[in-house]
Design a protein around this ligand. Structure first.
Ligand code: TXA
Ligand code: MG
Length: 328
């Protein structure tokens, strides 16, 4: 498929931004695609109630069709309109963390097309903590299905230049922000089964969720996915290669000096100037910059990215999850 749309690029800090935002909301209502900022990463949005609009998301991203989309809402009421109901855990957690970087998997009702849930009986719902995203949803009066706004397989976009690079001419509108988002996608928490399970770690950490629920919460691991081939995967997205730059990514626990970097490059068959070493000293900066650094390294032609991750902090699990999935 050729993509030759005349993409309308708009800026959050422009005068009359609300007027542009209202026209972006109309684009959503008319079945178009709008890229918008959230507090985690940029999203590629379409009307979540319109199967053919959502089909365009899969085409624009080159997304495997069995990978379901997260539906963004601007209120708990809007979430309730698309699910079969929710238990006490949902209300406690939504009260604590919404709007914010956590998506809840709930049993969906018939308003959500199979195209959005990729045939599952469940839907992921999230209320983003970003003014522009919330207004876009409110102005359109619709829940908005939105995966991360990258071409499938590439790192999620955390800067406006990333979405323009990936999606210009493939979508109707791109809304650019000059703020740095958290930089890793939302926590995905499955509340559709007997007990809550974290499918993807994010800025709302396991201990934060446990603090609200007062119970232990399991984390679903990538290796569970690999060993349970007979069963349908719990979270289809987990089986795909993600977040990957073209350069090969490695990690190290110890600080590297120049001599060891030269040795590392030589051992991996590249010259020293094709290896970039990045050390993150704190978890928020690592989350904020990791995907942007992957993309920069590719643009600059590095062949190897060697990373020393930040060691602690609330974002530790989310950071290591993204790093490890770029390494495989
Ligand atoms: O922070 C975020 O969540 C961003 C912003 C744009 O909101 N969105 C995002 O969407 O990261 P995406 O599509 O890149 O990742 C969604 C993940 C995928 O791994 C997908 O498989 C999983 O959530 N997912 C969505 N619906 C699901 C469902 N019903 N059951 C299990 N997993 C689901
Ligand atoms: Mg994604």
């Amino acid at each position: 498929m050729d993509f030759i749309l005349d993409t309308n690029i708009i800026y959050e800090n422009s005068k009359d931004f609300d007027i542009f935002l209202k026209s972006a909301a109309k684009t959503i209502a008319n079945g178009g695609l709008v890229v918008f900022p959230t507090e985690t990463v940029y999203g590629l949005g379409a009307n979540a109630l319109d199967a053919s609009a959502c089909e365009k998301i899969f085409l624009a991203k080159g997304r495997p069709s069995d990978n379901p989309l997260i539906v963004h809402v601007s209120s708990i009421d809007m979430a309730m309109e698309i699910v079969l109901g929710a238990g006490e855990d949902f209300f406690k957690l939504a009260d604590a963390f919404w709007p914010g970087p956590i998506s809840f998997i709930l049993n969906k009702n018939d308003k959500i097309p199979d195209r959005v849930s990729a045939g599952l009986d469940t839907v992921a719902v999230r209320m983003p903590n970003n003014k522009t995203a919330l207004k876009l949803i409110e102005f359109s009066g619709l829940p908005i299905a939105a995966p991360s706004a990258n071409i499938s397989g590439r790192p999620s976009p955390t800067r406006s230049e990333h979405v323009i690079f990936d999606l210009d001419t493939r979508v109707d509108c791109i809304i650019c922000s000059d703020k740095f988002p958290i930089g890793v996608e939302s926590t995905v928490l499955d509340l559709s089964g007997d007990k809550p399970i974290i499918l993807r770690p994010g800025a709302v950490s396991r201990s934060m969720i446990e603090g609200v629920l007062g119970t232990n919460v399991e984390v679903y691991t990538h290796s569970d996915e690999k060993t349970s081939n007979e069963e349908a995967p719990r979270s289809p997205g987990l089986k795909y290669r993600h977040y990957s730059p073209s350069a090969k990514v490695f990690s190290t626990d110890v600080e590297q000096d120049e001599a060891s970097l030269e040795r590392f490059a030589e051992e991996h068959g590249v010259s020293r100037d094709k290896l970039i070493y990045i050390q993150y000293d704190d978890d928020s900066k690592m989350a904020r910059d990791l995907f942007a650094d992957f993309r920069d390294a590719d643009l600059k032609g590095f062949k190897i990215i060697l990373i020393k991750p930040a060691e602690g902090g609330e974002l530790l699990d989310a950071n290591l999850n993204r790093l490890n999935r770029a390494i495989v």
